[in-house]
Ligand binder design. Structure first.
Ligand code: HEM
Ligand SMILES: *[C@@H]1O[C@H](CO)[C@@H](O)[C@H](O)[C@H]1NC(C)=O
Ligand SMILES: *[C@@H]1O[C@H](CO)[C@@H](O)[C@H](O)[C@H]1NC(C)=O
Ligand SMILES: *[C@@H]1O[C@H](CO)[C@@H](O)[C@H](O)[C@H]1NC(C)=O
Ligand SMILES: CC(=O)N[C@H]1CO[C@H](CO)[C@@H](O)[C@@H]1O
Length: 351
């Protein structure tokens, strides 16, 4: 049963008591989208989660920064057309795809390679039973945990999209880093995510990096007054003129650890993007930022709830969608046989 995994394991023992408010029963009792299940691969691929964790442990031992890349890919997948693996598809014949849209240009090529490598390992053990969208979701979940964050179950059973997401959809659905809290609240509300979800999910920026063009609106033509002065000085050293190629970390305190220091950064005016810092400036979200900065277990709890919500956005289940044999390409026609499940729609009827 998934119940055995339905708890949050927090590394520092001190947090265990505080987190007991969100115990086993609560997470796997959450209502989930029909077609998904907490124990979806229990019989078809019982070793799935073990395979993913074991491999990612090896990958992160070499380079922990890959965790951030994997977390971000899942976020991008879910926000554009739903968590359907569409972000993984490469080059459509008929024009630019989701991967080529500006916000995706900074997704790490390694993240796509890691996901495809996980798929290969999983399918070797379990044949083509596990979708690329589920592997992406699991990789994000493991990235959070292996970088020091909470351990939590996620519902599985997603199918992979048959179609590409357009560049237009990508731009319309992924808010930019210059967005204000007002814009973000509206974009999230449109996806049934509330202010707490927004602030908690933004905590994903506790790991990872950014390129100068994503934040140099705060440096040029003039310095954003909400930037801490010393912090700004260092950013000018990294990005001496606008549109340079260099990178810096998103969380200056603990750049590779999944913890609540991102919120401490915001309280010290050391958030990197306008979209980060404005969460502390805006009265509607400020108290949520403060509550996470002083209580890591509260942040972990809300982050997990946000991820479980986000991970179910517009998913394809049953016979809607397919299980790709290659995460970056739709299946060739020899795979076009109905997959299990009692859905109404035929597989790949559209082509
Ligand atoms: C609130 C809306 C969000 C905006 C505007 C935003 C924007 C960005 C931008 C501009 C970057 C850096 C791109 C670059 O220049 O390299 C970035 C990186 C990142 N974002 Fe977000 N993001 C948002 C929400 C999220 C969410 C919900 C998550 C996950 C839960 C997330 C996880 C990450 C991670 C982990 C990185 C670092 C990636 C790496 O190191 O390769 N972001 N984000
Ligand atoms: C909300 O979502 C709908 C479709 O789901 C989209 O057409 C609309 O542009 C979105 N609005 C905002 C503000 O994101
Ligand atoms: C940008 O960065 C890439 C990779 O780090 C490098 O190959 C390229 O030369 C850089 N471009 C500029 C204009 O600095
Ligand atoms: C997977 O699909 C991509 C994109 O079409 C292709 O470049 C790659 O060679 C494929 N991999 C395998 C193992 O067939
Ligand atoms: C046009 C372009 O550069 N597309 C890139 C989008 O991001 C992926 C992953 O980094 C690259 O593989 C694509 O080449």
């Amino acid at each position: 049963m998934a119940v055995s995994k339905g708890f949050l394991v927090l590394l520092p023992l001190a947090f265990v008591v505080a987190i007991s408010t969100i115990a086993t029963a609560q997470i796997s009792d959450l209502p989930i989208v029909s077609g998904l299940s907490w124990s979806f691969y229990e019989s078809s691929c019982p070793k799935l989660e073990e395979i993913v964790r074991k491999r990612l442990k090896q990958v992160f031992k070499k380079d922990i920064t890959q965790a951030a890349g994997l977390l971000r890919v899942h976020f991008h997948d879910c926000f554009v057309q739903g968590c359907d693996g569409s972000v993984l598809l490469e080059g459509s014949a008929s024009g630019p795809d989701e991967k080529d849209a500006p916000p995706n240009l900074t997704l790490r090529p390694e993240a796509f390679k890691i996901i495809e490598d996980l798929r290969r390992r999983v399918h070797k053990k379990c044949d083509r039973t596990v979708s690329c969208s589920d592997i992406t979701a699991l990789a994000a979940r493991e990235s959070v945990f292996l970088a020091g964050g909470p351990e939590y179950p996620i519902p599985l059973g997603r199918r992979d999209s048959l179609n590409f997401a357009t560049q237009e959809a990508t731009l319309a659905n992924l808010p930019g880093p210059t967005s204000t809290t007002s814009v973000l609240l509206e974009a999230y509300a449109n996806k049934s995510l509330d202010a707490t979800d927004l602030v908690a999910l933004s905590g994903g920026h506790t790991i990872g990096i950014s390129h100068c063009p994503s934040f140099d609106n705060r440096l040029f033509p003039s310095q954003d007054p909400t930037l801490d002065k010393t912090f700004a000085k260092n950013l000018y050293k990294i990005c001496p003129i606008s549109d340079t190629n260099a990178t810096t970390v998103l969380d200056i305190r603990t750049p590779n650890v999944f913890d609540n220091k991102y919120y401490v950064d915001l309280m010290n005016r050391q958030g990197l993007f306008t979209s980060d810092q404005d969460l502390y400036t805006d009265k509607r979200t400020r108290s949520i930022v403060t509550s996470f900065a002083v209580d890591q277990s509260l942040f972990f709890e809300k982050f997990v709830l946000g991820m479980i919500k986000m991970g179910q956005m517009s998913v394809l289940t049953g016979r809607r969608g397919e299980i790709r044999a290659n995460c970056s390409a739709r299946n060739p026609s020899r795979f076009l046989v109905p997959l299990g499940g009692e859905g109404e729609e035929g597989v790949a009827a559209s082509f």
